[in-house]
Design a protein around this ligand. Structure first.
Ligand code: ATP
Ligand code: MG
Length: 289
């Protein structure tokens, strides 16, 4: 009875770049939460889950302290905070990179050009590691926001900050010169998670993986003349092997299969060339292999 009342405590960003996609992922996993504004915490109605809304930077600490068991947060934050937290699954959203940038006017050929510079960043730990690995001696100025203005006001020679399109750098007269880290949102969990919570985490993870797989795959249906069937089937991977059903019109079959997003356009072209007709491509909602 005690175990059945146990809840998994999940921390997500209260507001900001990861908030909406985190909520969306829970929905896609079939977990209903009422996401009232200005709430600190809420419960799922159909999964033993409690959701806390927090500042993203605080999430690793809250996990280490046991306020939450797991969290959805940028990989960059997990690596910077160095708490008792493991990355259990990459989530495919919140993609960005942590990059070094210097004024456009500065001549830059290699990482050696960062020698003896001053670098402003909100990621001193990650930047320090990067500099050490590259044998660069530079001074790190830790600032918590608006890092991109630091060179313009004479605080630093260069910066290390999160970039997605690069337009913020460009608007501030900076150019991106080194990628320090590629990041995306991850599901992070306490290193010493208790068995009961760990079981619930596995349940959640099973759903997340089914959603992720479905996103990377498409369901494909097509009509094929029977004499071309072997050639067409050979082009299709399918989960086991394609499904083939006879059409009402004699001499034709309907072929059903699942295609990976990455191979998609190449295979579609080959299918057409091989004589496939009426090709339909349909999104998949969940996929369990
Ligand atoms: P909070 O109020 O929770 O502290 P924040 O302002 O620190 O929010 P956001 O700007 O909302 O954080 O970014 C959250 C995360 O989104 C980042 O840690 C990073 O992993 C990811 N991200 C994706 N693209 C970008 C980007 N272009 N700039 C900054 N972060 C990005
Ligand atoms: Mg933050």
């Amino acid at each position: 009875l005690f175990v059945s009342k146990m809840k998994l405590k999940l921390a997500i960003q209260k507001s900001g770049r990861l908030h909406d996609d985190s909520i969306k992922l829970l929905k896609e996993c079939g977990i209903d939460i009422n996401n009232g504004v200005n709430k600190l915490k809420t419960e799922a109605s159909n999964f033993p889950l409690e959701v806390f809304f927090l500042r993203d930077d605080d999430i690793p600490q809250y996990i280490e302290d046991g306020v939450a068991d797991i969290g959805i947060v940028g990989e960059n934050v997990v690596l910077e905070k160095k708490k008792q937290v493991d990355i259990v699954e990459k989530l495919g959203f919140g993609k960005c990179r942590l990059s070094m940038a210097v004024p456009k006017s500065m001549e830059y050929n290699s990482v050696e050009d960062l020698q003896n510079t001053r670098i402003a960043t909100s990621y001193p730990i990650i930047v320090n590691e990067f500099l050490r690995k590259n044998n660069i001696k530079a001074e790190i100025h830790e600032i918590s926001g608006s890092v991109e203005i630091a060179p313009g006001i004479g605080l630093a020679d260069g910066i290390c900050d999160l970039v997605s399109s690069g337009s913020t750098l460009f608007m501030n007269g900076l150019k991106e010169v080194e990628t320090v880290l590629k990041s995306e949102a991850v599901l992070a969990a306490f290193k010493s998670i208790q068995p009961a919570q760990s079981k619930l985490l596995d349940k959640l993870l099973f759903r997340i993986q089914a959603v992720k797989k479905a996103k990377n795959n498409k369901y494909i249906l097509l009509n094929a003349p029977n004499e071309k069937l072997q050639e067409i089937i050979a082009l299709l991977p399918g989960m086991k092997s394609p499904t083939v059903l006879p059409l009402a019109e004699a001499g034709w079959s309907s072929v059903h299969s699942v295609l990976n997003e990455n191979d998609f356009w190449d295979i579609i072209e080959s299918l057409k060339a091989a004589g496939a007709q009426g090709i339909l491509v349909v999104p998949i909602e969940k996929m369990v292999i």
